[in-house]
Write a protein that binds this ligand. Structure first.
Ligand SMILES: Nc1ncnc2c1ncn2[C@@H]1O[C@H](COP(=O)(O)OP(=O)(O)OP(=O)(O)O)[C@@H](O)[C@H]1O
Length: 300
């Protein structure tokens, strides 16, 4: 559905994005993650046809993203959405519905339905008098006014309070369930983890790893085992009447079992804990930025 090939953006001598290549299947949620200045916004804008690449191509459904037909099928949510302060959500959405040639009755139904789903109250209040969270909801509604198949969301939840953040993330998840193809960027890895199928990890303008979340975790993460024993063994901590030992391999689990049995006790439970995407990200960044690691995909 989305095909980015060797995307590159230079600003003078500075290379903001270098050789971004990835594809996103129809109905997939793809996360672009990385620290400040990694090149996420630049990549997303090139994908949305809003920024001309210095090199490479971006296609959506086989069409160049700079074409007008393509833009009609695309919903872009910028990181900062400047809204017209004097407008109300309704007049603002109507304005964009007209730009996209959405028929009046369809636009009317769609904007009310979307604002209701987003639980936006005060539809007649001026945008200039709304909170940041309310404005973000209006911006999201705007991205949906043309009922696009593809959504490109730049940090959809950045700067919002935790409640609104959850709301926006759940809403995005629902859009994916409804069949939209979504590319979104985030700092907060927790959000990516909760809704993405695959991710590209960017650092200093390059995609340093890309792939399926579970497989990235298997490659760059660690599994930790919590072994619960009835008796104290080396490195154990007391927990709820038993002892818990944290180890990093199955061999170490067996050693803990032997130690417990030798001390006259036994293992009562073993729990596994996977690395968070945060830890995976740090491990990838530590592994260096030379070339992209493709995990669970064919390299291109
Ligand atoms: N118009 C521009 N002129 C010069 N440099 C730019 C321009 N736009 C972006 N950059 C630089 O390109 C790099 C990538 O910026 P970009 O906004 O894509 O990063 P980002 O990963 O989205 O960061 P953030 O998380 O802070 O939004 C940064 O170093 C930024 O300063």
């Amino acid at each position: 559905m989305i095909d980015a090939r060797d995307l590159r953006k230079e600003y003078g001598d500075f290379v903001a994005v270098e050789g971004s290549t990835f594809s996103v299947d129809r109905g997939e949620v793809f996360g672009v993650i990385g620290p400040n200045g990694a090149g996420k916004t630049t990549t997303l804008k090139m994908l949305a046809g809003l920024l001309e690449p210095t090199g490479g191509t971006a296609e959506i459904a086989g069409m160049d993203t700079e074409t007008t037909e393509m833009r009609q099928q695309l919903g872009f949510l910028p990181e900062e959405s400047p809204l017209y302060e004097e407008m109300t959500p309704i007049s603002y959405l109507q304005f964009f519905a007209d730009l996209y040639d959405v028929p009046g009755d369809v636009a009317e139904e769609r904007m009310h339905e979307t604002l209701d789903e987003l639980q936006l109250e005060h539809k007649e209040r001026k945008l200039g008098d709304m909170s940041k969270g309310m404005k973000r909801k209006v911006a999201i509604a705007r991205s949906l006014i043309n009922d696009p198949d593809v959504l490109i969301y730049d940090e959809p939840a950045s700067g919002l309070d935790p409640l609104t953040t959850n709301y926006v993330i759940e809403f995005t998840e629902q859009l994916a369930e409804d069949g939209k193809t979504i590319v979104f960027s985030a700092h907060n890895l927790f959000h990516v983890e909760s809704i993405c199928d695959r991710v590209a990890i960017m650092n200093e303008g390059q995609i340093v790893a890309r792939g399926d979340l579970d497989e990235l975790q298997a490659e760059y993460g660690e599994t930790r085992y919590h072994v619960y024993t009835t008796v104290e063994v080396p490195d154990a901590v007391r927990e709820n009447g038993n002892f818990r030992t944290e180890v990093e391999s199955m061999d170490a689990v067996e050693e803990t079992r032997t130690a417990a049995e030798e001390a006259g006790g036994q293992v009562v439970d073993i729990r596994t804990e996977e690395s968070s995407l945060e830890e995976v990200f740090l491990n990838v960044a530590e592994a260096g930025t030379r070339g992209t690691r493709y995990v669970g995909e064919d390299g291109e």
